[in-house]
Design a protein. Structure first.
Length: 671
């Protein structure tokens, strides 16, 4: 499997997330590649079967997908026509519905141009024995479209693109309705039961034939309280607005007339699983501090063997037989790699206008030990320190990598850990304020999923692959001597577990999220952990937790992403009894939370900060905040050092700070 989780978005048997949760699903997709390599050790037998079954179904029935984002106003009804009974035969340049593109030879190497449906290009160069083109291009991607005409009913779409014909998929079935395309051509609509190999149960399809390419717009039934089925007028808008052409190499290019639009996220694969496969994911899994890097990292675990890396904003992963993987690791070349969505320049541009230039976006993580003193880790691995509340910064050392998170206990003792399978040690420590770093000696092995420091004690959550459970370790921060707590926390069967550790006022809480809330633990002021039921545990969605003090908590929840809860939507849950009970309040978005005092709280997603001053009951957008529009997704890091001072690092690396509990924010000029 690649860094992009096909099973999470495209498992035919998985609950269909509504697009009212689009921000959470897309944020999760952007984070997922950074964790995939370590998550291979976490997949249970059930999860492995689900993912493999999902990919196998994708490869054989709808291998090449692309995302469309649609706004669909009502329109007049088009007259029905009949579909021609003669379909073109399946071309020879395909294998199991996957397209085999043409190649050339240059200096003894195969040259394979690849065009994605949005028109972006890359070129692969590899030894003849890899036979990448002959594997055929396949893929999958989820799709969403926003609210239609102000209606609260949102629709989630999967658009399938395969190298086959209508007859290949539906035989001689008669469509239940036929719409007209932009030039009057027929666009049939089929029930799922009419397909020879139904892809998604109960997913009907609006079907387009663009030359030898088949495009299916999946029409889904009602899920929970959200009506996903398209109206007749909406299908007409699709029929007359979506067109396709074929480029010189035979790839399909999609075009959309307003109000339709085509997004540029794409995931696909040359080859099928099991077997040799080269997976590609564009604008999904690279260019972020926790993502894979340009270093080709090997993995060998229960979920598979392979090598993965990023070329710009294109994630590549080769799996299959050892000779194929070895050649991918050493010989496969990628040119014309897709530019990262996040800015990568680290130089400051001067301007003659009165508007200040946006500071360079370099930060990936930050940690403060007082209102005056703190550290940031930059994209190039540099560690910088401030002693004047973030007004100025100076370089103090380097970690050599940005695929880490930093946490400091005091002015001299700090920690850096990576929660992905890399060549990094389990963790690094510094005893001189970040100037030098050494590998940390621990009694545990494997990856650290969370590390937090509270009251001079460092807490680490690790995963035991021999007994698949999370375990909690603790040690004095200034004199490492680790102790394991007897409690263990389940991992869950999903593909992407994550752990949150939250401390305040001498109390602590742990939350495990694996698609949904899996479980949790609570530490009393005596230092002992016990099982705890986190907020949002019954709403079929993820959560983010923060604490104002030892008794007051707030959590952001995305309800109904993986099922149908009683009250689906965006919400925050607050507690005033240390998490024994919670009260639900509507929220504008799902995002990361930070707590200043028992009234002030922040909710952050994309390039927007929401603030509440009534304990989460109401929220307003913080005005006067200038953040690059490319900052999309949940923040890389955030938190409060005091009741008034806090920081946020946006996904593009831009850092801002507040000194009035979040009412106003200042951009941080990093070194």
């Amino acid at each position: 499997m690649s860094g992009f989780d096909f099973g999470a978005l495209c498992d035919p048997d998985a609950p269909e997330p509504g697009s009212h949760h689009r921000d959470a699903v897309e944020a999760r997709a952007r984070e997922i590649s950074s964790k995939t390599r370590r998550n291979r050790t976490l997949l249970s037998g059930v999860a492995v079967v689900v993912v493999i079954a999902a990919v196998a179904g994708i490869v054989t029935t709808r291998p090449d997908h692309h995302q469309l984002i649609v706004t669909d106003p009502s329109s007049t009804t088009a007259a029905a026509t009949t579909v021609p009974t003669t379909q073109p035969t399946t071309p020879r340049s395909s294998i199991d519905g996957r397209f085999i593109p043409p190649t050339t030879t240059e200096n003894g190497r195969v040259v394979l141009p690849v065009t994605f449906p949005d028109g972006e290009h890359i070129t692969l160069r590899y030894p003849h024995e890899m036979r990448v083109a002959q594997l055929g291009l396949a893929g999958a991607v989820g799709a969403n479209w926003p609210v239609v005409n102000g209606s609260p009913n949102c629709c989630s779409r999967y658009v399938g693109i395969t190298y086959q014909t209508i007859a290949d998929v539906y035989g001689d079935a008669t469509p239940v309705h036929v719409y007209r395309g932009p030039n009057g051509e027929p666009v049939p609509y089929f029930h799922s039961s009419q397909a020879l190999k139904p892809v998604r149960p109960q997913a009907d399809s609006l079907v387009f034939q663009f030359g030898r390419w088949l495009v299916q717009v999946y029409d889904l039934p009602k899920t929970g309280q959200f009506e996903l089925r398209m109206t007749d007028a909406q299908r007409e808008t699709w029929a007359r607005g979506l067109t396709g052409t074929v480029d010189d190499h035979g790839y399909l290019l999609l075009h959309a007339a307003a109000p339709l639009s085509i997004a540029n996220t794409f995931s696909g694969s040359f080859g099928a699983t099991p077997g040799n496969a080269l997976e590609l994911a564009a604008h999904i899994a690279c260019g972020r501090p926790e993502s894979a890097t340009s270093v080709r990292s090997r993995f060998n675990d229960p979920s598979g063997t392979g090598v993965a890396w990023c070329a710009g904003d294109l994630h590549l992963s080769a799996t299959g037989k050892k000779p194929f993987i070895d050649l991918a690791a050493s010989e496969l070349q990628v040119t014309g790699a897709i530019t990262q969505a996040s800015p990568t320049t680290e130089t400051t541009t001067t301007t003659t206008t009165t508007t200040p230039a946006v500071p360079p976006a370099n930060a990936v993580s930050a940690s403060f030990v007082s209102t005056n003193q703190g550290w940031i880790l930059e994209k190039d691995g540099t560690v910088a320190e401030t002693t004047d509340k973030g007004t100025s910064w100076s370089t103090v050392g380097s970690l050599g990598s940005s695929d880490l998170t930093i946490r400091f206990a005091d002015p001299t003792h700090g920690f850096a850990f990576s929660n992905q399978l890399t060549n990094q040690p389990v963790a690094l420590v510094t005893t001189d304020g970040g100037a030098t770093w050494t590998a940390m000696n621990t009694p545990f092995s494997g990856q650290i999923y969370a590390l937090t420091i509270a009251s001079g004690t460092v807490y680490a959550v690790t995963f035991d692959s021999n007994n698949p459970k999370f375990r909690i370790w603790s040690s004095p921060a200034d004199n490492l001597s680790w102790t394991e707590d007897p409690i263990t926390i389940p991992v869950g069967a999903g593909p992407d577990p994550s752990v949150q550790l939250v401390f305040n006022g001498g109390a602590g809480w742990l939350v495990v999220v694996n698609r949904t809330v899996i479980g949790g633990a609570q530490m009393s002021t005596t230092g002992h952990w016990s099982p705890w039921t986190p907020p949002c545990a019954t709403v079929n969605g993820p959560t983010n937790l923060a604490a104002w003090n030892a008794t007051d908590l707030i959590a952001s929840c995305d309800e109904g992403v993986w099922g149908s809860p009683p009250n689906p939507g965006k919400a925050v849950y607050t507690s005033h009894d240390a998490g024994a009970t919670f009260q639900r309040h509507d929220a504008p978005v799902y995002g990361s939370v930070a707590a200043a005092d028992p009234n002030d709280a922040l909710l952050v997603t994309d390039n927007t900060i929401y603030r509440s001053i009534d304990c989460g009951k109401t929220w307003t957008v913080v005005e006067g905040l200038t953040v690059d529009s490319l900052a999309a997704g949940r923040p890389l890091d955030l938190g409060f050092t005091s009741n008034t001072q806090g920081f946020v690092i946006f996904p593009n690396g831009q850092m801002v700070m507040t000194y009035d509990s979040g009412a106003t924010w200042n951009a941080v000029t990093q070194p």
